[in-house]
Design a protein. Structure first.
Length: 290
């Protein structure tokens, strides 16, 4: 009976005076406690990066819920909660199997591995607390800047931006490129590692396949000052990873969404999330001046 009165109050809500609405609102049932909701088991999230000297960095975190962090969370504290530090990480390829060294905060690496372009490699992660995940990928050919410069420009709206001009030679096969621009902060490992504000520019070679390509772009929304140091990297990436980064661009300014979003996006990791990539970036460093 109580349930029927409440339904009637909703239907007649717009026709009743305020006093009557207040009386009818008292029929609303008290909120019920909900118990026994299933808890989703965390999964391993994989991120990888080859450093130009051919050492590999693997960054392992675990998925987490919306209630476990917010944009007000302290980056270092959140990293301590989600970093996977109990794993054995190996890379297997034509030259054998290599076990990476456990560093800190979910980072594994420190080995020089002779990665060969066009060859397939397998990543295997075994964690005492989260189980095992694996992934395979092929090393992408290195593409380098033929020419590049970076400078400060004033945009007329009280902002000083970094402007990048570069040129590259595209190979005949279809390629997908990722250009990253990031300020280098000394002694800020966590901020550099978990930096959703790093600028990413994506492009495919549909319009310039097999030709020389040149362009100029400005880095938004970061406001730079003379003396700032930036690193600009060019990476030849797979179509799958290009699509993955393209999808996550919308959330790049939210710290928590940046970390948790691999849950909702494509992955090549069997049993986990994230992406296993083997691309060698061409990295150029600049001190910005007018």
């Amino acid at each position: 009976m109580r349930r029927g009165v409440c339904k009637l109050s909703v239907v007649l809500l717009k026709q009743l005076p305020l006093a009557m609405v207040l009386i009818l609102s008292g029929c609303l049932p008290d909120p019920l406690d909900v118990n026994g909701l299933p808890v989703v088991k965390p999964q391993i999230v994989v991120s990888t990066q080859i450093i130009p000297d051919q050492s590999l960095i693997v960054f392992l975190t675990k998925t987490f819920g919306a209630l476990n962090g917010s944009d007000d969370s302290d980056p270092e504290e959140l990293l301590n909660q989600i970093a996977v530090d109990d794993a054995t990480v190996t890379i297997s390829g034509p030259g054998g199997t290599y076990e990476l060294l456990a560093l800190e905060n979910g980072l594994y690496g420190g080995l020089i591995i002779p990665f060969e372009e066009g060859q397939e490699y397998e990543l295997r992660v075994t964690s005492a607390s989260l189980g095992e995940v694996k992934a395979t990928t092929t090393v992408k050919p290195l593409v380098t800047f033929e020419d590049i410069k970076a400078e400060l420009v004033f945009n007329g709206f009280d902002d000083t931006l970094a402007q990048i001009t570069y040129r590259l030679s595209d190979a005949l096969e279809q390629n997908w490129y990722m250009i990253n621009v990031q300020q280098i902060e000394r002694d800020e490992l966590v901020d550099n590692l978990l930096n959703p504000r790093a600028f990413i520019r994506l492009l495919d070679d549909e319009a310039f396949n097999g030709e020389t390509y040149q362009e100029t772009f400005r880095v938004f929304p970061r406001d730079f000052i003379p003396g700032d140091t930036i690193a600009v990297s060019l990476s030849n990436v797979s179509k799958e990873y290009y699509d993955f980064i393209n999808l996550r661009q919308e959330n790049r300014f939210s710290f928590v969404e940046y970390l948790s979003e691999p849950v909702n996006y494509p992955s090549n990791v069997v049993g986990g999330k994230g992406f296993f990539n083997l691309y060698i970036p061409d990295v150029e460093t600049f001190i910005l001046e007018y």
